[in-house]
Structure formats: C-alpha cells, structure tokens
Design a protein around this ligand. Structure first.
Ligand SMILES: *Cc1c(COP(=O)(O)O)cnc(C)c1O
Length: 232
C-alpha cells in the first residue's frame, strides 16, 4: 500500500474509534516524516495532507522550506528536543512545538518570537506558534520531558510570565509498558491545568491514545514504513 493510502486508512480508523467514545472531533493526525526524503513525503502532500512532524531542526531545514512553499497551509510540528541555540531557525520553519520541557527553552521561544513577530497585538496572537509541554510521564531517567511534579509550575510560568501560546501536554510513555495508564495520567494533569489538548500516541498505540482523548497523534512508520536511517 502507498503512504497516502495507509494514512487514509489510519485516519478513517481513528475517526471511527473516536466516534465510539465521544462526540468530539477525531485527533489531528501528524504524519511523522523524519528520516524520509522529500520524494517519500510529497505523495502524502499531493493527496491533501497538511500536518507533518520532524524531530530535528537541521533535517527539517533540508526538506521543508521547499515543500512548504509548494504546498500552502502545511503545518510543521517539531516533535524532538530543541536546543535554545536552534530556536531562531526552528521558529522560521515550525508552526507547532511539542517539546517545551524547561523554563529556559520556553523563555527563548517567547523572546525570539517577539523579535521576529509581525507588528501589532492582533497579528501577534493569531500567528503565535502553538506549544505543548513535554511531560516525562514514566519518570524515566534517560527520557526528555519535565518531571510530573514540576508540570504545574512550568504551565504557570509559560502562561503568566512569558505569554507563550500554551495549548496542551505531550508525552512518550515507557516503551516496555502498556501505555494506557500513562495516557490517562497525562489527561488528568492537563485537565487540572485547564489545558485542552493532548499530543500522544504513535504507530504502535495511536488507537489507545485516541480512546483516551488524544487531540494529536504522531504517526510515522505506520504511514511511511520502517525507518532505515538512524533517528538521531
Ligand atoms: C519518531 C517519533 C514518532 C513516530 O514514531 P512511529 O513509531 O514511527 O509512529 C512520534 N513521536 C515522536 C516524539 C517521535 O520521535
């Protein structure tokens, strides 16, 4: 099956799954194109899909300026770790940031955005990039994300001290455990912080995440096939 057909199948299945559990809209399907070349991505764009995820700024710079210029209204999601010295080029290319995990990064995003944003408060709020805080939901030493105990403080900081356009929480549950309890916990933490959106679920568990309230699912290999190039 071709990538656009696999994507259409996943989209139909999450729509049906979502309809079983709630009247809300199905999650946004982010097609994670990391490691795949433009030639693999383009058929999916040509089929009309517009949400894509990449995990490295440098790799995205090699593919997306051209693709975004040719396929208007494409929204690029950064789903990998971001160093503060890459914030400026990242803001030039990405529309949604899923991996805000510390004050320093949040502050750099707000500051660089203010420096490049169009004049005027109205325009500013409209085009401000959407941000998710990444939570280390399994409390794993090697994983990125803010510790659970520090989420509420970071939410407050982003909202009240720097005015970031914070929309929700993101997580990657531990690989070796059933994901459902972790997705449910992320939902709880978001609810107590009045955050509406949950970025959770990948190729192996987007169905579970959809049932538990994901508003964005990030799916790579189930659309594009197995990755052969190294991820980092
Ligand atoms: C690579 C990646 C995905 C997609 O993973 P698949 O298992 O290929 O669907 C989702 N989220 C993040 C943060 C990733 O790095």
């Amino acid at each position: 099956m071709r990538a656009p057909d696999r994507l259409a199948e996943i989209q139909a299945s999450v729509k049906a799954l979502k309809a079983e559990v709630s009247a809300n809209a199905p999650p946004t399907l982010i097609a994670v194109s990391k490691t795949f070349p433009s030639e693999a991505i383009e058929p999916v764009l040509a089929a009309g899909h517009r949400d894509f995820g990449e995990n490295r700024v440098q790799e995205a710079q090699s593919k997306w300026p051209d693709l975004k210029a040719r396929y208007l209204q494409t929204r690029l999601h950064l789903i990998g770790p971001l160093q503060t010295n890459k914030v400026k080029p990242a803001l030039a290319l990405f529309d949604v940031f899923h991996t805000v995990d510390r004050e320093k990064l949040a502050r750099a995003l707000a500051k660089e955005w203010a420096a490049i944003a169009p004049e005027g408060p109205d325009q500013l709020s409209q085009s401000k990039p959407e941000c998710f805080i990444q939570v280390n939901i399994g409390e794993e030493a090697q994983k990125a994300g803010v510790p659970i105990a520090e989420v509420d403080d970071l939410v407050g900081f982003c909202r009240h001290e720097i005015g970031l356009n914070l929309v929700g929480l993101m997580c990657i549950p531990p690989a070796e455990e059933p994901p459902a309890p972790f997705f449910a916990l992320l939902g709880k933490i978001a609810a107590r912080n009045q955050l509406q959106r949950l970025s959770m679920g990948m190729s192996g568990d987007y169905d579970v995440a959809t049932r538990l309230g994901a508003t964005e699912i990030r799916v790579g290999s189930a659309i594009f096939g197995q990755r052969t190039a190294p991820v980092q």
